[in-house]
Design a protein around this ligand. Structure first.
Ligand SMILES: O=C(O)c1ccc(O)c(O)c1
Ligand SMILES: [Mg+2]
Length: 631
């Protein structure tokens, strides 16, 4: 039985950025057993095949395949003879590389002749040649092959070639992109499959070749049914390598180390999906707290803002300079420690959210799953009697802490915080109830990494990615939501350099929390109370409200109230969404207040360009990088 948790792991060198040596180092560091050497990486390498073979071996890996070999089967003479001569040269190279498997992808040449028996005869003869070199040949159907574009035809050719050195190569992308049925895979004998290649892809309406060459991604990052494909493969008893083969423009530009780690994480998550071996994905019940790392002055400013938003200083950490501000079910921590993690975060990134604590159903299981997915844990010394709160590394080096409803980890506020007596006078009612969503900005190239991180660890569902117009370019926005509404994350990234999202990343040395949205049971009452406390909100242009009236046919009196409160509005069927924004704090992050009516599930994407334009007007002008100014 194929067990994806025990099959050797492999990845094609084409999947990563860098030169061959850099790729191999990143692949080995991530823990892969093998690599598929792409011919182009070999041709551009300044060293012979033996040297490549030695590099791979020295890194403790082996070469799972040498590829691709193109346009071989079904050729008329003299192309046919030339194909055999080319293959012979490559077999000799493979002997020096130290790999025994060549991948031949189905012929795309206009000169190729069809016919299963013709192709089978070519492969039988090639099998004889391969035998003389002690190598094997695997045949893969490209989804755009001229005569063979379905794995079932490739298998029929392999079957009729009837040669022990000729086998089949399955590639999840080609199979799933063509929507070939998966059940016939199960009846292929596992030992006739020489290699299984894995790739996912987002659903896109485009020609399959461009889709494959530019948009493949790791399983779990796209929309294809790779787990179902894996379950079919598992039934064959295939015991060979599972090899990522990702052609992707972002991957080619990204960090090879990060991507190789994502590749391993993807394989682990996929194996777990096909046949569970880790605790289930963690259910997030709520956001326990969000922690800000700040200097004293900025903390005082933020405290004033929080007070105006209706938060109260309710607790003080028993041993650290950490204040708890709360309202409804929301807890915000202001950390002004002068050493430790928060301080180093503040020095590196400026004032901002350095940690998020999530209340999950079971912390031990969440941590076991995280470590199983090779997510880094984080340890920091705790004072005597204080709770040890397990944590992992999240976006931009920030932390994700875990608490749970029961046991010690359900007692963080009692154990680690001393209550602060409420101020005199009648307590004002809570205007804000919960954290509605947390929006994180990141480099565009990192978006798929964090998507995989969040969705492999937590029971979060993806809702479709949106492109939002910032005045300075497009921002991709990717929401991840827990079905029960325990938490929502929105990942933002932009390829344009001057969008608010990109400036956040470039001006603050990395990814992080750009805004936090709180839910209000009554957004009008909340805004009213906050204004009375001296707060003002992001100004929204008059044109927006005129358009709202035209778009939704709302009652003019209601529109007047929205306008007066600077509230943005959206509707989806009967469900309604109201949202309002604070000004940006410390040129760094801002708060949003939302009211969801009737189960509205989105984030007001139609309003995002209006908000971004308003923020761009308020933002300080783009400053030239120092190095340029000094020229
Ligand atoms: O895009 C290609 O040409 C190509 C080459 C080799 C493969 O294994 C593959 O899946 C695609
Ligand atoms: Mg392939």
């Amino acid at each position: 039985m194929t067990n994806p948790a025990t099959n050797p792991t492999s990845i094609a060198t084409v999947s990563l950025s860098g030169d061959l040596a850099e790729k191999l180092q990143a692949i080995a560091a991530a823990g892969f057993d093998a690599v598929e050497v792409f011919e182009n990486d070999f041709l551009t390498f300044d060293g012979g095949p033996r040297e490549v073979g030695r590099m791979v071996a020295d890194l403790g890996m082996r070469i799972s395949a040498f590829q691709p070999f193109r346009d071989f089967e079904g050729m008329p003479e003299p192309l046919r003879a030339r194909g055999f001569a080319r293959a012979e040269r490559k077999f000799a190279i493979m002997n020096e590389l130290g790999t025994d498997l060549m991948l031949i992808c189905s012929n795309v040449s206009p000169q190729a002749l069809g016919g299963i028996d013709r192709a089978a005869a070519d492969f039988h003869e090639l099998g004889e040649l391969a035998g003389r070199f002690g190598v094997r040949v695997g045949y893969e159907a490209l989804a755009w092959g001229r005569h063979v574009n379905d794995y079932r035809d490739a298998w029929e050719i392999v079957r009729r070639a009837d040669h022990e050195r000729i086998g089949l190569i399955l590639d999840s992308f080609h199979t799933l992109a063509r929507q070939s049925p998966l059940s016939p895979i199960a009846s292929i004998p596992g030992d006739r499959i020489f290699l299984v290649q894995l790739a996912d892809a987002p659903k896109l309406d485009m020609d399959v070749l461009s889709w494959s060459r530019h948009f493949r991604c790791f399983p779990g990052q796209g929309d294809l049914a790779v787990a179902e494909f894996m379950r079919a493969v598992a039934q064959t008893g295939y015991a060979g390598p599972l090899s990522h083969e990702i052609f992707n423009d972002q991957f080619r530009a990204g960090s090879a180390r990060r991507l190789a780690t994502d590749g391993i994480r993807s394989l682990i998550a996929l194996a777990d999906q096909a046949e569970p071996h880790l605790p289930a994905r963690a259910t997030v019940l709520d956001v326990e707290f969000i922690e800000f790392a700040l200097d004293e002055d900025t903390a005082a400013d933020l405290a004033r803002l929080l007070a105006a938003l209706g938060f109260r200083h309710t607790g003080q950490h028993v041993s650290k300079a950490v204040a708890r501000w709360s309202q409804g079910g929301i807890n915000l921590l202001l950390n002004t420690e002068t050493d430790g993690f928060a301080q180093s975060h503040a020095i590196m990134h400026g004032p901002g959210a350095c940690a998020i604590c999530l209340r999950v159903d079971d912390v031990d299981q969440a941590m076991t799953r995280a470590l199983g997915l090779k997510i880094q844990s984080f340890e920091q010394a705790v004072g005597p009697g204080e709770l040890h709160i397990p944590a992992i590394r999240g976006v931009g080096g920030s932390l994700i802490y875990f608490t749970q409803p029961s046991g010690e980890l359900g007692q963080i506020w009692e154990r680690d915080f001393a209550a602060v007596a409420p101020a005199a006078g009648a307590p004002s009612p809570a205007r804000l109830a919960r954290v509605d969503h947390i929006s994180q900005s990141m480099d565009y190239e990192e978006m798929l990494s964090w998507l995989l991180f969040y969705t492999s660890l937590f029971a979060l569902e993806r809702i479709p990615q949106l492109a939002i117009a910032d005045p300075a370019g497009l921002v991709e926005s990717r929401p991840l939501v827990s079905p029960e509404g325990g938490v929502r994350f929105v990942l933002n990234g932009s390829q344009a350099t001057r969008t608010l999202s990109s400036r956040f990343v470039s001006e603050h040395f990395g990814s992080g929390v750009q805004h936090i949205a709180f839910s209000a049971p009554d957004i009008f009452a909340a805004v009213q109370a906050m204004r009375e406390a001296g707060l003002s909100f992001l100004a929204i242009p008059e044109n927006y409200y005129d358009d709202l009236e035209a778009r939704h046919g709302l009652d003019p009196a209601f529109i007047d109230r929205l306008r007066d409160h600077h509230i943005l509005y959206d509707r989806d069927g009967e469900a309604e969404f109201l949202q309002v924004y604070t000004h940006v704090f410390a040129q760094r992050f801002f708060f949003e207040i939302v009211e969801r009516r009737g189960g509205y599930a989105g984030f007001g994407a139609v309003n995002a360009p209006v908000r971004l334009a308003a923020q761009a007007r308020e933002a300080r002008p783009v400053t030239m990088p120092r190095s340029l100014r000094e020229l």
